[in-house]
Design a protein around this ligand. Structure first.
Ligand code: CP3
Length: 349
């Protein structure tokens, strides 16, 4: 093997993994949150025959859906098709997707928290690990696979409130009314997600991502005390996996200085703050992922290019930028626009 000249991109390391480690890349990597999903006609065709939950539980179907966008677009990473609530079902939480997750008996008492079992991934969610093995066997061009989980506080939002919500009032008031119970629940979820993600890495996931979709609900103090403390616990347990860890923080611009101290490789951000400012706050030790507004995919093609340019110019030329949207792609997006986006990011370098 030839020793790598420092500063030169390696052709052997996929651009996505190199960018996660802030190494030089041959091209700027791009993938799209929710890239496997409803905006693709082939996904909708499958969903006419099979319900969402079955897609997540049947490995050959989860693998097929995961691979669909990779067949259409030159994406630089795949993300497993699943849901953040899937491991909680494995822990015995009774929930339905309507289509957002609805927990039949919300978790609010110490007795309920104490009776939540530990997660043993191979026993409780073997189908997720089998899906990962099937995806890895089917991925084109050596594209790496991202495994994921919900961050503990985001999972707490659904467990305590019981259903999707703009405010998650029950969950947020729970932090103030029963802080010790909240902390116990978060620690339990932090350990379960560490086990879940480590099992995904053992099954073949080459990067791991924690979705903190509801971070923006919290004041900095509560974010630190509850959400970030729990993520720190998960991240510490995952360090020995040896795969990059991504922390996606939705609506977290006011929280970035706290996130800077967290031991993760990549921070994913929404579109509300420019990446130059995010990078300044995070410092040189973190790669960033984002942050085009999903609504920008509705711009005419030449204007879409301008919006992509703006994100890339903000990110700058320092290694360690993974192009993505600032949140999941909308179901009514034209797949043709996604093709233009991916190709243009690659042309721009
Ligand atoms: O196109 C689709 O997204 C449809 C499939 C679907 C997913 N989850 C895929 C998913 C459906 C119907 C769900 C149920 C669900 N779970 C909803 C309702 C979704 C809707 O728009 O109707 C919600 C809100 C959840 C909870 C959830 N799941 C959150 C908060 C996250 C984190 C990402 C985010 O959006 O903030 C997920 C992860 C998730 N759901 C993924 C997928 C494929 C993985 C992440 C990814 O692919 O980027």
């Amino acid at each position: 093997m030839v020793a790598r000249v420092s500063g030169a991109p390696s052709a052997n390391v996929p651009a996505f993994l190199a960018a996660c480690r802030r190494e030089p890349v041959t091209h700027r990597p791009v993938w799209i949150m929710r890239q496997a999903g409803r905006y693709l006609p082939e996904y909708r065709a499958l969903r006419e025959k099979v319900d969402f939950e079955s897609l997540t539980r049947r490995p050959e179907l989860a693998a097929e859906v995961t691979l669909q966008p990779l067949r259409r677009f030159e994406l630089d990473a795949a993300i497993l098709f699943s849901d953040i609530m899937t491991p909680l079902q494995g822990m015995g939480v009774d929930l339905a997707f309507e289509p957002g997750p609805v927990v039949r008996t919300p978790v609010r008492t110490d007795a309920q928290i104490a009776s939540l079992p530990a997660l043993i991934a191979e026993r409780d969610v073997p189908f997720v690990l089998e899906s990962i093995r099937l995806v890895r066997a089917g991925l084109p061009r050596g594209v790496p696979l991202i495994g994921f989980a919900g961050a503990p506080f985001t999972l707490l939002c659904y467990l305590v409130s019981g259903r999707p919500s703009k405010e998650f009032a029950e969950a947020r008031s729970f932090l103030y009314a029963q802080p010790a119970s909240a902390q116990r629940l978060l620690e339990h979820l932090a350990d379960a997600m560490a086990e879940y993600l480590a099992a995904q890495a053992r099954a073949g996931a080459q990067a791991l991502m924690l979705f903190e979709s509801w971070a923006g609900l919290l004041a900095a103090g509560e974010f630190n005390r509850f959400a970030l403390a729990a993520v720190r616990r998960t991240a510490a347990a995952l360090r020995r996996c040896g795969v990059p860890l991504i922390y996606y923080v939705n609506q977290g611009s006011a929280l970035m200085s706290a996130v800077a101290a967290l031991d993760v490789d990549v921070v994913g951000v929404d579109w509300r703050t420019g990446l130059a400012e995010v990078r300044r706050t995070l410092g040189p030790g973190k790669a960033v992922q984002g942050n085009l507004d999903p609504a920008a995919l509705f711009a005419p093609p030449d204007e879409l290019r301008r919006h992509v340019d703006a994100v890339i110019d903000e990110a700058g030329s320092a290694p360690g930028h993974i192009f993505n949207l600032g949140h999941g792609i909308w179901p009514d997006t034209d797949p043709g626009q996604v093709a233009r986006l991916v190709d243009y990011v690659h042309e721009r370098r």
